[in-house]
Design a protein around this ligand. Structure first.
Ligand code: FAD
Ligand code: EPU
Length: 274
């Protein structure tokens, strides 16, 4: 196990966030030790806005045996989803290809029920193993309250492993669906972001609504509402969490949207602590 004090800016896709004590755990024994004090669990940091002041709690990262995977067996929650998805595609296994382009760890994708219009994580699961109350427990997807970008895990639960429910359909079919999911991303920016900032209202697109209000290109400090897609806030280089939060507020002044990101630590006037 490694314990380091690090800026979370280096561990999030937005590239924002102050210092935290980061515990990288290799096995269950490490995890039990790391989780013996207040903690947060970090995946690939692709849906997080972290305070410039960092966070007080320990930040747990999954390493070692939590990153191993075998598609016919189990998949560690610390494995990168894009890597697992590519391996499944090579084997002609269907179930994950709609998630092409989601830069998550498997655990983070389960927790957020990551998805696109071509499929969501919950549908690809047979069971989920979660560490909580000092032990490992196995759950069926129906027990985890999955809905659009949402799950209901036990409080403080850390996903450690999943069993995927993949179907052999052949490489061609898998690749064709991946190409569709890829094409749907053509309008998304390449700059640093945390994906869509807001959830889509039922039957509509937050990006379209932000665009309609003429908010694309709005810049505060080094944060900008992407000119390519209205629901992406991008870091132009050196943005602070406060810059980004101020943009979120500007958008919310005009539209009643619900934030999709999770906010860690104090951002704005101490609001939004996740
Ligand atoms: P993090 O951002 O690190 O954490 C998110 C939440 O999950 C936190 O609450 C964290 O505590 C929790 N968590 C992480 N790991 C675990 C674990 N092992 N056990 C319990 N809780 C855990 N999302 C979509 O749904 N669809 C998209 O199409 C999409 N496109 C994106 C494109 C880009 C370029 C980017 C940057 C992001 C995109 N996202 C998308 C958002 C993001 O990738 C997803 O929300 C993803 O599921 C977050 O996973 P993560 O591993 O990065 O988790
Ligand atoms: N649109 C605009 N202007 C914009 C952005 C979008 O007019 O600035 C229009 C598009 O032309 C299209 C419609 O709005 O007609 C929908 O846009 P898009 O196809 O880009 O989909 P989205 O609803 O904005 C959702 C997910 C994405 C996912 C894509 C592809 C949410 C909040 N967003 O975006 O997920 O990648 O579909 O399936 O559900 C994420 O959750 O972080 C994320 C990136």
């Amino acid at each position: 196990m490694k314990v380091e004090t690090l800026p979370l800016a280096g561990l999030t896709t937005l590239g924002v966030g102050g210092m935290a004590e980061v515990w990288t755990v290799e096995n269950l024994q490490d995890l039990k030790q790391a989780a013996s004090r207040p903690y947060r669990i970090l995946g690939n940091g692709s849906n997080l806005l972290v305070s410039d002041a960092g966070v007080e709690e320990r930040v747990i990262r999954l390493g070692g045996e939590f990153c191993l995977f075998d598609l016919t067996g189990t998949v560690g929650a610390g494995a990168l989803l894009p890597t697992v998805l590519q391996k499944a595609a090579q084997a002609g296994l269907s179930g994950l290809e709609g998630l092409y382009g989601v830069p998550a760890q498997v655990g983070g994708a389960v927790k957020m029920n990551a998805g696109t219009r071509f499929g969501e994580m919950a549908s690809a699961l047979e069971w989920v193993e979660i560490f909580h109350a000092g032990a490992l427990h196995q759950y069926r997807p129906a027990e985890l309250g999955f809905s659009y970008r949402h799950s209901e895990l036990p409080v403080g639960g850390i996903i450690t492993r999943v069993k995927l429910n993949l179907k052999e359909v052949g490489k061609e079919q898998v690749r064709a669906k991946m190409a569709l999911a890829d094409a749907a991303r053509k309008g998304q920016p390449k700059r640093k972001s945390a994906g869509c900032a807001f959830k889509n209202p039922v039957g509509d697109s937050a990006g379209r609504l932000i665009d309609q209000r003429g908010l694309k290109g709005l810049t505060l400090g080094k944060a900008m509402v992407s000119r390519e897609h209205g629901n992406f806030i991008v870091n132009l280089g050196g943005a602070s969490a406060e810059d980004i939060w101020a943009l979120v507020q500007k958008i919310k002044e005009q539209l009643p949207l619900e934030l999709e990101w999770e906010v860690w630590g104090k951002v704005g006037q101490g609001v939004g602590t996740g």
